[in-house]
Structure formats: structure tokens, C-alpha cells
Design a protein around this ligand. Sequence first.
Ligand SMILES: Cc1ncc(COP(=O)(O)O)c(C=O)c1O
Length: 475
Amino acid sequence: MQIPEKGLPPEQIFDFLNLVKTYDMNWKDGRMYAYVYDPGEVAMEIGRQAYMTYLVENGLDPTAFPSVLKLENDVVRMVINLLRGDENVVGNLTTGGTESILLAVKTARDWARVHKPHIQEPEMVLCQTAHHAFHKAAQYFGLKVVMTPFDPNTYRLDVEAMQQAITPNTILLVASAPAYSQGVVDPIPEVAALAQEHDLLCHVDACVGGIHLSFMRQLGYDVPPFDWTVPGVTSISTDLHKFGYCPKQASVVMYRNPELRRYQIFTSTRTTCYTLINHTILSTKSGGPAAGAWAVLNFLGQAGYRKIVAAVQDATAKMIAGVEAIEDLRVMGKPDMCLFAFTSQRLNLFQVVDAMAKRGWTVQPQFAKPNAPRNIHISVNYGNVKRVEEFLEALRQSVEEVNAKPSIQSEPLIVELKKLIESQDPHIFEKAAAMVGMQDGNLPKEMALVNTLLEAMPDEVQAQFLVEFFNQLYR
Ligand SMILES: Cc1ncc(COP(=O)(O)O)c(C=O)c1O
């Protein structure tokens, strides 16, 4: 493909964009439990317009665009106040949970270089339920991850195991509010106290829960402590583009005080180029996310968020009760907000995911791990509230359909896969892909076989397989 010699007329451009969009999953009708957080048409449009108002302004230089700085400072302070931080707490707007976490980990590493200079190989301790972004941060910034188990009944972080995992090289403890997979909040006061006792930093990943849990608390729900009122917490990440219902790329990373945040900021003066100061990872960045977030927070107001959160919690309670009422389905642990996961002893849930997809519903499979069986994850947002009964009906039908057909026999596939791995065949990935009906990076219509095979792979093989897949997908 080439850039066209002669530019296309605008109608043709927008016809094309609107056409290719129809190939995507449809989030608008409330049957998708991931990826898009829908605050309703009006709030969505306000966010969109505000974003477009600032699309071309550049957040790189606050002296050139002081209004982008003002919007960012306003947004960050609104989040800090919601999470009950004092005037010492500071923060920045980032492009998402991943960037917030990357920055918090980099900050911890650079803080430790100054305050614990004897540590050559810094470690961070986190539970197996913590998000992948911490592993990415460890890989990018050269830290060692020490993973600890969770309680197999509650899916919460095991504080004693975390305590035992602390070594003289530990610099950071991590806890989640909530962890994504089962939607439960970790025992954050205990983890933060442990950090204080050992003179460590403590990051709370409230990317998912920061906004929603705060409004649940305002509504009188019994919310486990997770915010700035917990002594010993030194940084928190909270996403606005999830349950803050703001346009994407918007998350906030916060620190207990400016002394700590200093380690986040990067400057370079050594080249012939302009003097560079970056407060987050990106340099040039659109002012759109700051304006979009500013607009949605101000448009919805606290009352608007409480209304959304109350409706979402009501829908979640009905969905959980409905799922539990289906024979052989069991909700895992006691979810603290509007994310939950359910498992089954008998059914192949990957087939249930396919049966739901056939009916127009997007639900997320999660693989079996030691102490956590294969399950289906549901994140309920405001856009899903109108579909509670239909969701349960589709799930009942899907379970019935899967019950009536033979379960996928994974054993022969796994035996074949093991042979393939042992043979050290250089074409292992093409062959494994062919076994499950993938060709040239194209996925089959039904994903149960692919998921069954992926789940059976050892972690390193699975990682390589996924890298190969994306390496083919993006040309
Ligand atoms: C608990 C948690 N933290 C961090 C992230 C990463 O967020 P993002 O996708 O915005 O980078 C996620 C994403 O689902 C998450 O669930």
C-alpha cells in the first residue's frame, strides 16, 4: 500500500472509516463487558467534543500551552481529593493504567538508587493477581518480580506470603484495589503497614477501582480501605478512562509527596536539541485526554457518578445472583465492586464464551492457573445496565447449548503440543497454530480450541506463541 498520489475527497475518507468500523464488535448496545466504558450518549459526546477542542494542542510544553497544564492540574486534584489525599499528595495525568504503573515502578527504582544505594538488583513483591503492567515495568526497568500466592478461597493477596518474600533487595510492595481477575480488593492496610515496617514503598493499583470504589463509599457501601487515608501507601494509580468514563488515554498516577514524585520526572540537557523536561513517559502528546477528562468529570459531577455507580452495583448484584442460580456455575470469591468471575466444574467455559459470542455477547475467558480454575470474567459498566435480564437469558441458553454438545477433548491436543515442543521443530508456532485452525495470523470463528491449547502451554511457550501471533498480525 502506498500513500495515494492524489489525496482522497473527505466523503470517501469518512465512508471508508465508517465502513471498516462495522467490522468491530459493537459496544453501543451494551453486550460487551470490556474495552469501552459508556457513561451514556450525552456525557460521551461532551467528552468527545472537549477532546476534539484540544486535539492538536501539545502537552509537551506547559509554558507554550498553559491551559493544558491547568486542565491536567485540575483533573489530578479532583482525583486526589476524591481519594482523600492531603495537599502534599501530587500526581500527573498519563495515557492509561499501564503508563501510571510504569511510572510508579520507575520512580520506586530511582528512589531506591538514592535511598538504598547498596541495592544492586531491586525487587518488587506482588501477588499473582496483580496486573501484567507490573511485569512489563520490571522488564522495561530492570527490576526483579517476586510473585506471591493469593488466598485460594477469597482470591485476596496473602499478606504472610508477602512478608516472607521480602528480602534485603526489596524496594516496593504492590496491592490492588481491586485485582482485575476476580474483582476483589487486597488487604491494603496490612500491606502498607508491612511496607512501613520494612522502610519500603507501597503502590496501590486502583486503576480499576479508584473512582468507582470512592463513590460506592459515598453511597454507604462497605468498601475496604484502599486510598490516601491508609498510612504507608506511597503511590496510587487510578484510571479515568475506565470507571471514570472519560475518553481514552486518561489515568492518574499519584504520590504521597513531591519529594517522591521528583524521581518520575526526566530531563535531558546533553544534546544539541531543545532542553527536554518530561513529567510522564510521552513527550509530545495531545491535550485531548486532559480536556476530555476535565469535561466529563465536570459534566457528570459527584451526583452523576453516584447515580452511575448505584445503577451499576444494582445490575452487578442481579447478574451475580443470576449466574449463581445457573446449575454448575459458581462466582469466585466475594467481588468488592462490579467485576466478577465465574467458574464451572463440568462445562468447558471456552465453549460458553463462543456460544455467547454467537449470540452477540462479548465476555472474557481467563485461563486456569495454580489455585484458580478456568473462568469467565465480567466487568459491568453503565452501558451494560440495561441488559441484565437479556445477559442472563443468553448465558442460560449458552450453557444449555454447551451442555448438549460434546466437550472439546483437550487431551489429544495437549499430547500433540508436548510432542511438538519436545521435537524443537523450528516451525512449532505455525504448526501449533494450524492445529487450532489459525492461518496467517487469522483467528478461527470459534476460539475454544485456541484457548484450550493456549491454556495448556507452559508460560514461556505461551508467551512466545503470542509474540509470534502479533508479529504476524501487524505487517
Ligand atoms: C488492575 C489493572 N491495572 C492496570 C491495568 C492497565 O490499564 P490500561 O489498559 O489502561 O493500561 C488494568 C487493565 O485492565 C487493570 O485491570
